[in-house]
Design a protein around this ligand. Structure first.
Ligand code: GLU
Length: 511
């Protein structure tokens, strides 16, 4: 084996990639890049019953969006292609037979109905049926039949599977980079199916054989695969591959925001955050699930969030670019215990990355949203608007809430402001201000503000009151950035028009 780091992300295309899956891909990628290794995408599609059309493309697009570059894989090719297990079908039977010949596996002829009956019988007694070191001696397999019988059953085409022959009562120790030494007694384990009757390998066989053939140095995957580890180690041993067995690292679970239990799609639906990187339309039910991309997250933010779910840099630093992550990442700093996902923190990250973007980039994105609303504007104007309010939003889509008054005049006026500020003198005061605006030659925020201060003093107006009233006229409520910035951006004509409109609409009712 070479000493090169070779890691793989090996999803099954059974649906959209959960954010936990993307985190697994990310940690593999970071580890590969950190040690100048190779990151492989292998599609594990041997379970044809669970195959979902579109899932593979979805996985590839998701990784691409995150900036996780694949070195070898289904679309990149590579020295060990094909990288899709359904196209490697013929390889696995040979390995299953190898195990039979070495006495590490056997043929089993029990029908699904027979096994189901045994399961039910046990269940009635409050017990659990396992095909294992004890029960296998009473079941229908090549261990209980003579070699001749076995051969003739196979020759007759009787459906059969290949099962792993679990060693009896053996204390196994193995090492996980994150969890340390794990000890299991083989008598608690079952004889897993390695090869199915329809001629396909199961996950366990295909996964181990491919990791071996693809010279994988480290298997980095989710905690849910930890129970499979003893079998996988035993498969390496049975094949005689212990000297090239990869090192294992099982990543901690992602937990619900409450910290109780595994993060699921339902939590996202309930609490209003995506659990998938990209939007997904279920090809069978047509159900649509939102994705981080469509929810307005930047990939940098999404990656940053994921990186801190389970890994910590050991410092106070929270914001990491991809190159910084590559530099800082190590499996030693991945924790064992589940990692709580905090949707508010996710928004905070997006807010942070949004502030790092140029006004031009945000303006271009915002222009698209405005176009959908049928509003015309220019990037130049939007740059100015964006610079005034971007610190108030987490997402570009939230800009509308903060800036709609730049494009449309108020339809309603905040009653609380009216109650508090509007009196009999107000229309007169506002009229005076329309004249002020009318006369302003330099209609920029800076100049308007300077001159307005002087004007307010001269007119002996109350600063707080008049400013609030002007804002009411231009915005309709007491929100928004600096008043004179708003005036500058909507322009002289509209500023004056909005003040007149407000006088007309409000004055009638409040004189
Ligand atoms: N196909 C498995 C999955 O869907 C791969 C697990 C592993 O990485 O070994 O996650």
């Amino acid at each position: 084996m070479t000493n090169q780091v070779r890691v793989r992300f090996a999803p099954s295309p059974t649906g959209p990639l959960h954010m936990g899956g993307v985190r697994t891909a990310l940690f593999n990628y970071l580890f590969a890049r950190r040690y100048n290794g190779v990151f492989i995408l292998r599609i594990e599609d041997t379970d044809q019953g669970r195959y979902v059309p579109g899932a593979e493309d979805y996985i590839i697009e998701s990784l691409k969006w995150c900036g996780i570059d694949i070195d070898e894989g289904v679309s990149e090719g590579g020295p060990h292609q094909p990288y899709r297990q359904s196209e490697r079908k013929d390889i696995y039977r040979e390995y299953a037979e190898k195990l039979i010949r070495s006495g590490n596996a056997y043929y089993a002829f029990d029908t699904p109905e027979e096994l189901e009956m045994l399961r039910k019988e046990k269940e009635l007694k409050g017990e659990v049926f396992q095909y294992d070191t004890h029960s296998r001696n009473t079941l229908n397999n090549s261990l209980t039949r003579t070699p001749e019988e076995t051969k003739s059953l196979i020759d007759e085409g009787v459906p059969h599977v290949v099962r792993f022959k679990m060693p009896e009562n053996e204390e196994l120790n193995f090492h996980d980079i994150i969890r340390g030494i794990i000890t299991v007694n083989t008598s608690t384990l079952d004889d897993k199916v390695l090869f199915k009757s329809e001629g396909m390998p199961t996950y366990h066989l295909a996964n181990v054989v491919d990791d071996y053939l693809m010279q994988i140095s480290h298997v980095i995957r989710g905690e849910e695969w930890l129970p499979s580890l003893p079998l996988h180690v035993l498969l390496y041993r049975s094949f005689g591959w212990m000297d090239v067995m990869p090192q294992f690292a099982h990543l901690p679970l992602l937990l619900k925001p409450s910290g109780q239990g595994k993060l699921s799609k339902r939590d996202g639906d309930k609490l209003g955050f995506p659990v998938f990187p990209l939007k997904w339309k279920d090809p069978f039910s047509g159900e649509i699930s939102t994705g981080y991309r469509e929810a307005g997250y930047y990939p940098e933010a999404f990656v940053n969030i994921l990186a801190l779910l389970g890994w910590n840099p050991g410092t106070e630093q929270e914001v990491f670019s991809m190159p910084e992550l590559i530099d800082a990442f190590s499996l030693e700093r991945v924790g064992k215990s589940g990692s709580r996902f905090d949707p508010e923190k996710a928004k905070w990250f997006n807010h942070y990355y949004l502030q790092q973007k140029s006004d031009n980039e945000i303006a271009k994105d915002y222009l698209q949203i405005l176009e959908v609303k049928g509003i015309n504007s220019s990037v130049e104007k939007l740059e100015k608007i964006v610079s005034l309010v971007k610190d108030r939003v987490n997402f570009v889509s939230e800009l509308w809430e903060q800036t709609s008054f730049f494009f449309t005049q108020p339809e309603k006026y905040d009653q609380d402001v009216i109650k508090k500020r509007w009196n009999a003198d107000t229309p007169d005061m506002l009229e005076k201000f329309t004249v002020f605006f009318e006369r302003a030659e330099d209609f920029t925020a800076l100049s308007l503000e300077e001159k307005a201060k002087v004007f307010i003093q001269e007119q002996q107006m109350n600063m707080g009151q008049i400013m609030n009233l002007l804002r009411l006229c231009l915005v309709g409520e007491s929100k928004g950035p600096g008043l004179f910035h708003i005036a500058e951006l909507i322009g002289k004509e509209k500023t004056i028009y909005r003040i007149r409109q407000a006088i007309q609409k409000i004055a009638g009712k409040h004189q």
